[in-house]
Design a binder for this molecule. Structure first.
Ligand code: F0G
Length: 419
């Protein structure tokens, strides 16, 4: 595979850095970093090359910041289904509604796209310890990829606020799991400082290499739609890495002439953890963080999203918006998606559907527009929420009669037994 030159670039002051240095933010101004490629080196037949490979993250190797795929750490990430919604579309009066089911990834969330690249990068630059702060999915994913690579993994999580399934994943993969008596934002502050002063590689979405893996969501969507971009992408927002990464993917496709138009990026935050939505609503230029974020969607229970600047740029440049949804709307969207489309997602994931329903009802979507909601994580990650919300299944004696009494109304039972 042809290797394209790339470097790190500050999104604020434009300073350049070598991709071989361990650096997470700009040394000059503290700005976020982005991986930039020398697009003039891209082979002309890129699309043909991609088409010959399987649909997954590594199909797009020319636009990934890895020098050699020989040490690639992969569990088969990406290549997730793009499902056309049938019953939900009808209900909302939309003709081209799809969901990209990221719960199909190896550890059950979109984070695997980033971790396959991030952990490969860690090995490439000689790091043998990786760490992250997490609301759950990042820790589950990093723990799995670190196990696959045979390196040490440390994860900091907010005590009591990580869904059961995610916690069990981090534990079984052998990560050193540290619960802090604080929230995600505090955990991230601590792990950032530790990684700066110790030989431990930080793999939160502040790490620009990780986001490169996540941008492949955009590349796959374009390929799955037959070479076109959709009109709208709806994505749940927490630390704001994913919305920024997906937008970057579409921008690169556009620069390469592989799509005609870029989509509108629509972020969705939970009402109790909506710093970006609130700040945009107030017309602020800077973000106002939320001190004590709270939501049932624990994955996006974040008050100080580190990638806020990239996310706001993505929304503004794409002429998009950020919507807020209540916990009730999130849980109702989770139920609707499971009942109408057969897809079980965790609450944070359902936030994109809740946001979609809200903006569709406000008349912000034309009926022929192609809309894609990103379903970020599998429902089995957080089973407790379901058991708390829905009645326990009925229990009966172990007889045919007892079962028939439950499944057939009384009158019908009598008629049938008369035959
Ligand atoms: N959906 C799910 C299921 C998530 O786990 C996350 C983030 C998001 C959406 C939001 O993505 O942060 O890129 O805006 N989870 C992180 C974690 C924070 O630690 O697992 P984002």
């Amino acid at each position: 595979m042809a290797q394209i030159n790339f470097h790190l670039e500050c999104i604020d002051c434009g300073a350049h850095y070598s991709p071989d240095h361990v650096i997470y933010t700009c040394n000059r101004c503290g700005g976020l970093l982005s991986v930039e490629y020398d697009l003039s080196e891209i082979p002309e037949n890129l699309d043909l090359l991609w088409k010959k490979r399987e649909l997954n993250v590594w199909r797009y190797g020319e636009l990934l910041p890895i020098k050699s795929e020989d040490i690639k750490i992969s569990l088969g990430e990406g290549g997730t289904s793009l499902n056309r919604c049938v019953r939900l579309s009808r209900d909302l009066g939309l003709r081209n509604l799809f969901v990209k089911n990221e719960g199909e990834n190896p550890t059950g969330s979109f984070k695997d796209r980033g971790m396959t690249v991030g952990v490969t990068k860690a090995l490439e630059i000689g790091m043998r310890k990786v760490a992250c702060a997490s609301t759950g999915n990042t820790s589950a994913s990093l723990a799995a990829y670190a196990a696959r690579a045979g390196i040490e993994c440390i994860v900091l999580i907010p005590s009591g606020k990580v869904a059961f399934g995610k916690l069990t994943q981090a534990i079984i993969h052998g990560a050193k799991v540290i619960q802090i008596m604080g929230n995600f934002d505090e955990a991230l502050k601590i792990v950032r400082r530790i990684c700066l002063s110790h030989p431990i590689y930080l793999l939160n979405s502040l790490n620009p290499f990780r986001l490169e893996g996540q941008k492949t969501t955009a590349f796959e969507i374009r390929d799955q739609l037959g070479g076109e971009a959709p009109d709208k992408i709806v994505v749940p927002v927490g630390n704001a890495g994913n919305i920024s990464a997906i937008w970057k993917g579409f921008v690169e496709l556009h620069k390469l002439g592989l799509i005609e138009n870029t989509p509108q990026m629509i972020g969705v935050q939970a009402e109790g953890a909506a710093p970006i939505a609130n700040s945009l609503e107030k017309g602020l230029c800077e973000i106002q963080f939320v001190d004590n974020p709270e939501t049932v969607a624990t994955a996006i229970r974040i008050g100080s999203p580190v990638n806020w600047k990239k996310a706001i740029r993505a929304v503004k440049e794409s002429n998009g918006l950020v919507e807020k949804v209540s916990d009730e709307e999130i849980l109702e969207a989770q139920r609707i998606l499971a009942r109408m489309e057969g897809l079980f997602v965790e609450p944070a994931s359902a936030a994109s559907i809740a946001g979609l329903i809200k903006i569709a009802k406000r008349g912000l979507i034309e009926k022929d527009e192609t809309v894609i909601c990103i379903l970020t994580g599998h429902g089995l990650k957080d089973p407790n929420i379901i058991l708390r919300r829905f009645p326990r299944p009925i229990e009966v004696e172990a007889t045919e009669e007892a079962v028939i009494n439950v499944i057939m109304p009384k009158k019908e039972t009598i008629k049938t037994s008369a035959f």
